[in-house]
Design a protein around this ligand. Structure first.
Ligand SMILES: Cc1cc2nc3c(=O)[nH]c(=O)nc-3n(C[C@H](O)[C@H](O)[C@H](O)COP(=O)(O)OP(=O)(O)OC[C@H]3O[C@@H](n4cnc5c(N)ncnc54)[C@H](O)[C@@H]3O)c2cc1C
Length: 494
């Protein structure tokens, strides 16, 4: 029989991505004893490691507790494992989510973009008043903590980065404003690969399930490591939060399973806390609160829980038959992009390198994203005791038309054609919303009407982050909110 234990905590953080990492560090610095719960396992990076799956060794390390591959085009069955990526299928949209200590920072490319003031306000009108402060100190703090920089000239000039140079050249001809993408990368590791000291990882863009070489400043190695170094934060990996409830003494009760790497439950835990900071990502946090609302575990949750969800406008294209030579390997992480000037809907396109396909025919991956209506909703399904997403196709139709036109313009300028790889099944790597700012939580992440319950991750951002990848904005908003919560709630609520 599986044992059930009970423990008491001052503060519990659920999830260890951008929201969770910032929250844990700022609580620790304020002297708060904090327990951090993370469903995924801890992964150790290189140099020259083989911890993560590579494209040549696709196996169960790529997928979160799934019997089958969740990678498109890969038909494979395997023993379920606590792998790094969960694929969550909804109506009209499949959502890809990180599952690891460090959250999405473990397998993300690391594009760290700050939106302009206007684009921020377009995506998040309710938070527009925060932009000046975010710009003055919160975005710069995140950039410093993650050690971001753009691809240096000497790296960009090498053979593996031919596709990046080609993209910069063609993007400009296609009427885009080309730019280099800030990335949380120590470029000396890339130089080490170029010199032959390390096995290729960055220089072949073999990055999608984690970076084997090290040199990526992911959340586990930055914010979380600093939090743990204070001695006030305990991170518990392989701890799945099943439910959150408010008991009759108005205490937060978190129900947790400690699992093995095959998903087997080793222990049930009941954790009673003064404050709970939900940072399980847009999908994880929304699911927990939609369940709590439907089952009456937390009475009077706002009606907006489960609403205002969006895909950040994601679309992935494959560029084939280009005139220029992209080389035999494509260096990464995704280090060059282009912005659409004077567009009616703001968008960005980025070239993300990918390993050379077995066919040997060069393919360049080009992703587009932008501002969308937060038209997605989540509903509770009692049969599975889970929440299910519905995304209407019109939610991003206007943006997708613009992105498609821009992709065609790139092909017209650089030869070949663009294939919409999401045409058959729309998917996103950038889920946002479900517990929206203003309607479900206040500007500092307090769940409306509920003392001691907070949401500080991508779940509170309604649908898009101003034509940028989301991690920078999620982290900056978390920095801003944590400063306010330490000032206003510490010593009173927790
Ligand atoms: C392959 C990939 C590439 C990406 N590339 C980029 C990029 O280049 N730039 C960018 O800005 N963004 C990128 N993203 C998106 C980015 O990773 C996310 O926007 C970001 O990680 C979200 O931060 P978060 O704090 O909201 O949640 P997350 O980082 O998703 O963290 C949530 C954590 O909570 C855990 N969790 C969930 N449910 C539970 C539960 N019930 N119990 C316990 N733990 C739970 C999860 O395992 C996860 O670790 C990418 C995402 C993916 C998947």
């Amino acid at each position: 029989m599986v044992e059930t234990t009970t423990q008491y905590e001052q503060a519990v953080v659920v999830g260890t991505g951008f929201g969770g990492g910032v929250t844990a560090l700022r609580l620790a610095e304020a002297g708060v004893s904090t327990l951090v719960l993370e469903r995924g396992r801890r992964w150790r990076s290189g140099p020259n490691g083989e911890e993560f799956a590579r494209f040549s060794t696709l196996d169960n390390r790529t997928a979160w507790l799934s019997e089958k591959s969740t990678i498109r085009g890969l038909e494979a069955s395997w023993e379920p494992y606590t792998g790094v990526l969960e694929s969550v299928r909804g109506d009209g949209m499949t959502v890809m989510c990180g599952a690891a200590v460090g959250g999405g920072s473990i397998m993300y490319h690391g594009m760290t973009l700050q939106p302009t003031r206007d684009n921020f306000a377009l995506s998040m009108p309710g938070a527009a008043a925060l932009y000046d402060e975010l710009d003055r100190w919160a975005y710069p703090t995140v950039a410093r903590m993650l050690g971001v920089s753009t691809v240096p000239d000497d790296v960009l000039a090498t053979a593996p980065y031919a596709s990046s140079r080609l993209f910069l050249d063609v993007a400009e001809k296609a009427g885009l404003e080309p730019f280099r993408v800030p990335l949380p990368v120590d470029w000396d590791y890339v130089r080490g690969e170029l010199a032959g000291s390390y096995a290729p990882t960055y220089t072949t863009s073999d990055l999608s399930f984690g970076v084997n070489n090290g040199g990526k400043h992911s959340i586990d190695l930055t914010y979380l490591a600093a939090a743990e170094a204070t001695g006030r934060v305990r991170v518990e990996p392989q701890h799945v939060v099943r439910d959150i409830a408010l008991d009759d003494q108005r205490r937060w009760v978190v129900t947790v399973d400690r699992i093995g790497t095959d998903g087997t439950v080793a222990e049930h835990k009941t954790i009673i806390a003064r404050a709970v900071f939900l940072n399980a990502g847009s999908t994880g946090t929304t699911k927990l609160l939609v369940r709590a609302k439907a089952k009456g575990l937390v009475p009077d949750l706002p009606d907006a829980v489960g609403t205002q969800w969006g895909n950040n406008g994601d679309r992935i294209y494959a560029w084939v038959g280009m005139d220029g030579d992209p080389g035999t390997q494509q260096g990464g992480p995704a280090c060059v992009g282009g912005r659409g000037p004077d567009s009616p809907i703001p968008y960005t396109v980025i070239h993300a390198g990918a390993p050379m396909p077995a066919s040997g025919t060069p393919v360049m991956t080009v992703v587009g994203f932008g501002v969308v209506d937060a038209a997605g909703t989540w509903r509770y399904d009692a049969d599975t005791d889970d929440a299910v997403l519905t995304w209407p196709v019109e939610g991003d139709a206007a943006l997708q038309k613009l992105i498609a036109e821009r992709m065609d313009a790139i092909a017209a300028a650089g030869g070949g054609r663009m294939i919409d790889t999401d045409a058959g099944e729309t998917q996103t790597w950038h889920p946002l919303g479900g517990v929206p700012l203003g309607d479900a939580v206040d500007l500092n992440g307090r769940v409306l009407g509920h003392r001691g319950l907070y949401v500080l991750d991508g779940a509170r951002i309604p649908g898009s982050t101003g034509a940028c990848n989301p991690s920078m904005t999620i982290a900056a908003l978390a920095e801003h909110s944590m400063a306010a919560l330490i000032r206003e709630d510490l010593g009173d609520v927790f």
